[in-house]
Ligand binder design. Structure first.
Ligand code: UT7
Length: 328
């Protein structure tokens, strides 16, 4: 089969209207704006309405994308929805998005890779396009973490927010596109960041609800310690795969979990902090949606120019990690 290049043609994002600041959280939790901001870089997050599931956030992002980059819905071949907060266990949230946007010729599936979901989805989309199998793939990363948090647990409730991004990948005929990818997993550490109940291992019961076992549980310090070397590893691997040096990269857009993690990676790699984009202050950690939202903000701030090499990278539950190197 002939091989092609996959390009990112358009990106859009959506966050719910309601903003929740650290000061708002002070009213219900034993926490402070100072603690949250100094330890994470987060000042606020957006919270979806009760009747606004993850699919609705994703559809908003897609509509914005289609307004900016007209594409007929029936020309979309595949929709991948990376998410940890699907509308339902099944069918896939991607099916709900497909129906809402009228992409009647698209195949659909959800992808479960937590905060690394965007990178896994991008790399999967690129592989389908490079093989010639599909021409237009839509990645709709959408998360409603407010629905899986224990709002009485200050160690997790302050960290996450809701939001979505939509990314259109198409077959490319110019020099732009995805140049290299990397991904990995360490499943042995999956209980350091997980939702203990609600799956087939421990279905929802009165007891699991009372013990709040269907909410995010995290050993934060362990996650932090694992994140830094894994970010470095995946960044170095994707650079090696493309035969590039870090100096060739115009901008690194990492998953936004904690600005201290990002700064620690920059320090560890002896790269100026300014090379790493961060907007966590406004959104907190939106899991799989964070990199797409960050791309939109970086473009709006003029930080990405045509032909720039942009490195996207993520680490999250699983543990899972991965990177994508893009010629913009
Ligand atoms: O997308 C991937 C998923 N997540 C991550 O990457 C998160 C990775 N981890 C982290 O970002 C950090 O570990 C946290 C932000 C979660 C925590 O920061 P830390 O510097 O590791 O703090 P800590 O957990 O060691 O807690 C320090 C203290 C503790 O009190 P004591 O035991 O020293 O008295 C905590 O109880 O801070 C306390 N604490 C808080 N205090 C005020 C924990 N959460 C809060 C809070 N407000 N929200």
């Amino acid at each position: 089969m002939e091989r092609y290049t996959a390009s990112i043609r358009a990106v859009a994002s959506y966050v719910p209207k309601r903003t929740m600041t650290n000061r708002d959280l002070e009213k219900t939790l034993d926490t402070s704006h100072e603690w949250i901001y100094e330890r994470t870089g987060i000042a606020a997050r957006h919270i979806a309405a009760e009747d606004e599931p993850a699919s609705a956030l994703g559809v908003r992002a897609v509509r914005d994308l289609m307004a900016k980059h007209p594409i007929a819905p029936e020309d979309i071949d595949l929709i991948i929805v990376p998410t940890s907060t699907p509308d339902m266990v099944f069918p896939a949230t991607a099916c709900i998005v497909q129906a809402a946007i009228g992409a009647r010729n698209a195949a659909t599936f959800d992808l479960s890779a937590a905060c690394t979901g965007y990178i896994y989805a991008l790399n999967t989309a690129a592989t389908f396009i490079e093989s010639g199998f599909y021409r237009n793939v839509l990645v709709v990363a959408t998360e409603k973490y407010s629905s899986i948090l224990d709002w009485t647990d200050r160690t997790t409730a302050v960290l996450f927010g809701d939001g979505a991004s939509a990314t259109l990948l198409t077959r490319s005929s110019d020099a732009s596109g995805i140049l290299a990818m990397d991904s990995g997993t360490d499943g042995g550490k999956c209980e350091q960041l997980y939702i203990p109940a609600g799956g087939s291992r421990s279905p929802v019961t009165k007891e699991t609800v009372e013990k709040k076992l269907s909410t995010v549980h995290m050993k934060g310090t362990e996650v932090f310690k694992n994140a830094v070397p894994r970010f470095r590893q995946t960044i170095e691997r994707v650079l090696a795969a493309a035969k590039c040096s870090i100096d060739d990269i115009a901008l690194i857009i990492p998953h936004q979990a904690n600005v201290r993690i990002i700064n620690a990676v920059a320090k560890d790699m002896k790269v100026p902090q300014e090379k790493f984009f961060s907007n966590i202050e406004h959104y907190a950690n939106t899991s799989s949606a964070s990199i797409g939202i960050a791309i939109v903000d970086a473009l709006a701030q003029g930080k990405i120019k045509k032909n720039d090499l942009v490195l996207l990278t993520a680490f999250g539950a699983g543990y899972s990690w991965g990177s994508t190197l893009v010629r913009w």
